[in-house]
Design a protein around this ligand. Structure first.
Ligand SMILES: C[S@@+](CC[C@H](N)C(=O)[O-])C[C@H]1O[C@@H](n2cnc3c(N)ncnc32)[C@H](O)[C@@H]1O
Length: 279
């Protein structure tokens, strides 16, 4: 390789390892952004942030129980990330397809599963045109880890939900979780750090919040820092969108509990049903 090509290739690698929120990061509010945010080095750090063991302890059987209680077997994980839920569900005996729009995330998920002697069935697919790449109909779709918040545009949210709806069987369910942005917007940020981002060496805090942007900073013990620019979904708004695309019933849990005070949970989990309950 010539010196010049070598330099270009190393610059290219470096570039791929630097998040790019542009000159004005607070103006960076684009649905495509997730591809530049989940760069290789951040993907490598993701499991430090979520800590699989602590997360498994805190979530317990919640999602497995919901799926089993409704007799759901064939599950599409649309926000696979590094594979935490896909692996949990495979271990629990579900038939799982693992999708994500980001290739680095999917590769990491595949590697993580291999270390646990599991083989993931992965598909790279953006939610906005999910059914172009994912075939078949599913009993359940999960979109977890505060992923839906990556859609910055209302049309993209509606498109993604419509694609999820179409990929479900007639009696399928969709499970989406999100941060309690209402509490953050109305009362400021506080976190029990008990669920989801369980790694105790890592800080995950908002750097800026307004009605159209929640910019979070993730700081790691080695001094590295990353950011995610997300759309702060209000709980009632997400529920409304789910109903408007056709889901008949949406039940919302707060930190895995059925009853809660609105401002207390760190996370909400919406379980949306496609069929009429009396169907
Ligand atoms: C916050 S991570 C969560 C990963 C995992 N579910 C977890 O709980 O650890 C969000 C994931 O959503 C994916 N994602 C974001 N926007 C997407 C889109 N429009 N289409 C497909 N995947 C997307 C990202 O690539 C990333 O892997």
């Amino acid at each position: 390789m010539s010196k010049c090509v070598e330099t270009l290739s190393s610059m290219n690698k470096q570039f791929k390892n630097i998040q790019n929120h542009g000159e004005h990061p607070l103006k960076s509010r684009d649905t495509e952004l997730y591809q530049q945010e989940y760069i290789q080095s951040f993907v490598e750090k993701w499991d430090e942030l979520i800590d699989w063991d602590a997360r498994a302890d805190s979530e317990g059987q919640f999602f497995i129980d919901i799926l089993k209680a409704r007799d759901k077997q064939k599950v599409l994980d649309v926000a696979t990330g590094t594979g935490f839920h896909s692996v949990q569900l495979l271990n629990a005996g579900f038939e799982v397809t693992s999708a994500d729009g980001n290739a680095a995330m999917l590769t990491k998920a595949f590697e993580n599963a291999r270390t646990k002697n599991l083989m993931l069935h992965t598909v790279q697919a953006d939610w906005r045109w999910l059914n172009k790449d994912v075939n078949g109909k599913f009993d359940a779709i999960i979109c977890l880890g505060n992923s839906f918040t990556h859609l910055h545009d209302e049309m993209d949210r509606r498109r993604a939900l419509a694609e999820f709806y179409a990929a479900l069987k007639w009696d399928g369910i969709l499970i989406i979780d999100q941060r309690n942005y209402d509490a953050i917007l109305d009362h400021g940020f506080s976190s029990k750090h008990k669920y989801y981002y369980c790694g105790d060496q890592v800080t995950a805090e908002p750097e800026h919040v307004d009605d159209g942007l929640a910019r979070f900073r993730y700081a790691f013990p080695d001094g590295s820092e990353y950011h995610l620019n997300m759309f702060p979904l209000r709980k009632s708004y997400t529920r409304k969108l789910m109903k408007e695309v056709g889901f008949q019933r949406v039940k919302t849990f707060g930190d895995f509990q059925e009853t809660y005070e609105e401002k207390n949970p760190d996370f909400f989990i919406h379980v949306a049903e496609k069929k009429h309950t009396d169907a």
